[in-house]
Ligand binder design. Structure first.
Ligand code: GNR
Ligand code: NI
Length: 183
């Protein structure tokens, strides 16, 4: 298995912040050094948190870390394929757009059709600090854009009309109130 996913069940998870939360609206700062303890310690916990949620992506701000760090695993054919992206940047995007249904671990149970560029080229540092570039389309392109948005304090509902966004935010607030701990 990948170096970032050893003995997953032994790694602590981190509580996922639910919208509206100020940290989810805040721009995250770049990672200064990839061998920093924070990143080495953070990525395995982010993967453990994402796999258990479960989700296909997770960004630092969702777990209270305002750092430009992303964990992604689309689990192709049900096999783990973890990708760690540090300081990712979209360096090219297609004019062609694509629409797909998105969800977000920070908006549990909420889904909507989101339109974004169909293809993106993303430059980033991997978990070893090596410079990498990836061209993506389909679900991976949507996921990369969704996660990079999180690093800029943007949620998928920010791509919707104010009417749809407000409907989702009110529904989420109501459901969260009805959970234990609310009211
Ligand atoms: O689990 C997730 N599924 C998803 C589906 C379509 C587009 C993006 C995503 S990411 C989401 C997990 C999440 O909230 N990441 O920030
Ligand atoms: Ni999300």
């Amino acid at each position: 298995m990948d170096a970032v996913a050893p003995a997953l069940e032994t790694i602590d998870t981190i509580p996922i912040l639910i919208a509206p939360h100020a940290m989810l609206k805040t721009r995250a700062r770049p990672v200064q050094s990839v061998d920093q303890d924070t990143v080495r310690a953070l990525l395995p916990r982010m993967f453990a948190t994402m796999y258990r949620a479960p989700g296909i992506g997770l960004a630092g701000p969702q777990v209270g870390q305002l750092l430009r760090v992303i964990a992604i695993d689309l689990m192709p054919d049900n096999h783990p394929n973890p990708m760690s992206l540090i300081n990712p940047e979209i360096v090219a995007q297609s004019e062609e757009l694509a629409t797909r249904e998105e969800g977000c671990l920070s908006l549990p149970g909420m889904y909507a059709e989101v339109t974004r560029p169909a293809r993106v080229k993303v430059r980033y540092l991997d978990q070893t600090g090596a410079r990498r570039e990836i061209q993506a389309d389909g679900l991976l392109a949507a996921c990369l854009q969704h996660e990079i948005d999180h690093l800029d304090g943007i949620l998928f509902v920010d791509h919707l009309s104010p009417l749809k966004r407000n409907m989702i935010m009110r529904k989420l607030a109501k459901e969260q109130r009805q959970k234990v701990g609310g009211r």
